[in-house]
Design a binder for this molecule. Structure first.
Ligand code: SF4
Length: 142
């Protein structure tokens, strides 16, 4: 059943023209291809785009080298690509991650968000690097 749902979602993902819902659709395209500190403004702009995930997946899958896509700069995308050379389809991976995210209960998402905050505090306050630990160990460390 899960495989069927995944295939249907993947198929829908591939057919939907996400560009029609892009927040930047009516924006001057040059504004997305800025450098330095201006990229922060573009990233913020992307933060509320309804198709940010699709945009990022496209840029990663197509190895787009310039501009901010999906709220990530080219440098950030290169780092992501280097960290996961095993990913054949970012569209599929990110689509599945989003489906999983929204299928989880609000309580689970809240717990994870609190864990993320605790993790951030642990990293900044104690210097303990809890990233990469098993969830149980992270809870203990925080
Ligand atoms: S996430 Fe992509 S589609 Fe959305 S505003 Fe940013 S560049 Fe445009």
């Amino acid at each position: 059943m899960g495989a069927v749902v995944s295939t249907v979602v993947s198929s829908m993902w591939n057919r939907w023209n996400w560009r029609v819902a892009a927040r930047c659709r009516t924006t001057d395209a040059d504004a997305l291809f800025v450098r330095g500190a201006e990229q922060r403004q573009v990233r913020d702009f992307c933060g509320s785009c309804p198709v940010r995930t699709e945009c990022l997946a496209y840029a990663l899958d197509e190895r787009v080298e310039h501009g901010v896509w999906g709220g990530m700069t080219e440098r950030e995308r290169r780092a992501v690509l280097r960290s996961r050379p095993d990913v054949a389809s970012w569209a599929e991976l990110l689509g599945e991650a989003r489906t999983e995210h929204y299928s989880r209960s609000a309580a689970e998402r809240t717990a994870d968000a609190l864990l993320d905050v605790a993790e951030l505090h642990a990293r900044t306050d104690t210097g303990i690097d809890v990233v990469g630990m098993a969830p149980e160990a992270r809870r203990d460390a925080c």
